[in-house]
Design a protein around this ligand. Structure first.
Ligand SMILES: Nc1ncnc2c1ncn2[C@@H]1O[C@H](COP(=O)(O)OP(=O)(O)OP(=O)(O)O)[C@@H](O)[C@H]1O
Length: 269
């Protein structure tokens, strides 16, 4: 069997020394190459912390984080990231925002000047894929929140990262825009098949997008349950009314409620 692309074993994270907050304890999970997983859990259980450890933004207090066969010991350049707020640079137009990682991540950084036209064409293709064709020269303030989040997704993808880390990327959006972007993200994933770790509070979002949903306990967080999502792709809004989908969301909700009370669902299906 192929080695998992992401391997997190026995990871603990304590912020601020021995008396500090223990955010994660004994967190263990694996993600296969090209797999899309979602991580859900009660508020403050350590989901964002887990993302920071995988991308090398913080070192773990204990345990191992291995990505693509390499121990993570600093910021990962093979990761693309998108967060709850779009964080576009206000003084750059959309295409220049999308192309930002190319100015930082090798080998693109070296090639950007000589192959600018090729990279611009790639950025334009991505913008079209997320429905932002023709908005390349606009500035962030000229776009709605949903459009800015689409542009952020393009920026997370422009350097074709093998690993895409999404920390509540749609949480600030209204439900209709959010559901549109689920399909956009699914299209991008099906076209390019990066390995994706999505952190979300939205259980429908997790069930819609993921191959597998992992549930975390309340703080200190660790994985306490896991559900495979066997629904065929591409999924669409009709999928969300199917009995399997509704049952799955219900089941996940029970796990989260139990986790919030500090219990575990022992006889879950
Ligand atoms: N930089 C930090 N310094 C100290 N404590 C932190 C830091 N970042 C997070 N924490 C604490 O670690 C715990 C886990 O936080 P984290 O943001 O990982 O949780 P989360 O599951 O992503 O939360 P939410 O669901 O509310 O977004 C919280 O108690 C938080 O207060």
């Amino acid at each position: 069997m192929e080695r998992p692309f992401v391997e997190i074993s026995g990871v603990a994270m304590r912020y601020g020394g021995v008396e500090g907050t223990l955010a994660l304890q004994n967190a263990t999970l694996e993600v296969a190459k090209g797999e899309f997983i979602a991580v859900v859990g009660p508020s403050g259980c350590g989901k964002s912390t887990l993302m920071r450890l995988v991308t090398g933004l913080w070192p773990a207090t204990a345990g191992n984080v291995v990505v693509a066969g390499q121990e993570v010991d600093g910021p990962l350049s093979i990761a693309g990231m998108a967060f709850q707020n779009p964080t576009l640079l206000p003084w750059r137009n959309i295409i220049d925002n999308v192309m930002l990682p190319l100015e930082v991540v090798e080998p693109h950084r070296r090639q950007l000047r000589s192959q600018r036209a090729m990279y611009e064409a790639k950025a334009q293709d991505l913008l079209k894929l997320v429905g932002l064709g023709g908005f390349d020269k606009k500035f962030p303030h000229q776009l709605s929140g949903g459009m800015q989040q689409r542009a952020s997704l393009c920026r997370a993808l422009i350097h074709e990262p093998a690993l895409l880390m999404l920390d509540e990327p749609f949480a600030a959006l209204d439900i209709f825009t959010r559901e549109d972007l689920w399909s956009v993200l699914q299209d991008v994933w099906m076209a390019r098949r990066p390995t994706v770790i999505l952190v979300t509070h939205d259980l429908r979002e997790a069930a819609f997008l993921a191959d597998r949903v992992l549930v975390m306990s309340s703080r200190p967080g660790r994985i306490i349950a896991e559900r495979k999502v066997d629904l065929p792709r591409p999924r669409n809004l009709d999928t969300t009314y199917q009995p399997e989908f509704v049952t799955l969301v219900h089941d996940l909700r029970e796990h989260i409620s139990a986790a919030r009370k500090g219990e575990e669902v022992v006889n879950g299906h």
